[in-house]
Design a protein around this ligand. Structure first.
Ligand SMILES: *Cc1c(COP(=O)(O)O)cnc(C)c1O
Length: 355
């Protein structure tokens, strides 16, 4: 396939803020790079994308996304490679997922190869914002929302697509304590759980807050019908090691977000000869395996944290501890994945894209 090269209008900032950044102390998602990319969908087509100084948006009060939630996003990272170059990890996967999220939310779409080009361009313009420090990265937030100024409920005819970036440090520093949720639901079959759409996260705030009041960091969602099957965590997919195999809920139902980190973990595991099972996973099976000492690892997988070890699982008022040692498999996979992303080792998969 020939890549369609797109024109981007670039208006550089007159006053870079890069010297004001405290590179040792980067709170997640609060520091914004100098530029953002903007593209508008009007009259059935996308305008010329523009990279311009990061700024406020001016919106009509009836902007339909604010009222009815046609809004989707992605999350990905650029990191410093060994030689100081800037690397992306499987951006075409984010592009494809973005398109599918847009389709589900009845929004305009962007072809994946265009999406990847736009991500590369904005990262290139702000490449000095990609942190040098090991383990740090430039978080990339592409998003799109409906902009019709009309309060009737119908698919918007106009959309705004933006990308901004944030230099970030480590996401999780300590192992997490999760609660298996049996009342509230994140997604139902036929719903929008598979889409990275804003309302999913709004809906999860209240149940998550209640769990936090009980001392948990996050929830593990279960299926909405029976609360019998494990689904995923807040913004992470979950993987268990049971009887030496990696076990994770399958994506067949449309209630689970198709995580790129999880997919990569499974593919790496398979390449290492580790057995992988994607299937329905019952809560009971997990709890029984912990009790019988057959569950040797549990972790969340997502772009922000890469692999977040789960130390404690709360279920029906009891706390179950997952052994923190040795966690050989997930440590090995995490090390491999981190080395791969930063270009420290050869990339046999073709996942790393240089900016
Ligand atoms: C983004 C997200 C994930 C993780 O996906 P990655 O592609 O690995 O970052 C998992 N679950 C939910 C609900 C998410 O929003």
């Amino acid at each position: 396939m020939i890549e369609e090269k797109i024109d981007v209008k670039i208006t550089p900032t007159q006053e870079s803020r890069i010297n004001q950044v405290d590179w040792e102390n980067l709170p997640f998602g609060k520091i914004f790079s100098d530029h953002m990319l903007e593209m508008n969908y009007i009259n059935g087509k996308w305008s010329t994308p523009e990279i311009k100084p990061f700024s406020q948006l001016s919106l009509h009060p009836a902007t339909s996304a604010i009222h009815y939630g046609q809004s989707v996003f992605e999350g990905m990272k650029a990191v410093r490679g060994e030689a100081g170059d800037v690397l992306l990890f499987r951006p075409e996967k984010n592009a494809q997922r973005f398109k599918e999220s847009c389709e589900r939310m009845c929004m305009a779409t962007i072809e994946p190869d265009i999406f990847v080009q736009l991500v590369k361009q904005i990262v290139d313009v702000d490449r000095d914002w990609v942190p040098q420090k090991e383990g740090y990265s430039l978080y990339i937030r592409p998003f799109m929302f409906a902009t019709d100024d009309y309060i009737g409920i119908k698919p918007s005819g106009t959309y705004k697509f933006l990308i901004f970036t944030c230099p970030v440090g480590h996401y999780y520093s300590k192992p997490v304590k999760v609660k298996i949720e049996e009342y509230y639901s994140r997604a139902v079959e036929g719903g929008v759980g598979r889409a990275k759409t804003s309302g999913n996260y709004a809906a999860s705030l209240y149940p998550a807050k209640k769990a936090q009041e009980e001392g948990f960091d996050q929830l593990i969602w279960t299926d909405a019908k029976e609360h019998k099957y494990i689904e995923e965590s807040g913004t992470m997919n979950v993987v268990f090691e049971i009887d030496g195999k990696l076990v994770t809920p399958s994506e067949e139902s449309d209630t689970i977000l198709k995580g790129i980190t999880k997919r990569s973990v499974l593919e790496i595991a398979q390449s290492m000869g580790i057995e992988v099972e994607e299937r329905k996973v019952t809560v009971e099976e997990v709890i029984t395996a912990i009790k019988e000492g057959r569950l040797t690892d549990a972790f969340g997988a997502g772009t922000a944290a890469t692999i977040a070890p789960i130390q404690t699982i709360g279920y029906r008022g009891e706390l179950y501890e997952v052994p923190m040692e040795p966690r050989e498999t997930s440590n090995k996979i995490k090390e491999y994945l981190v080395n791969l992303k930063t270009g420290k080792i050869k990339d046999p998969f073709g996942w790393i894209i240089k900016v």
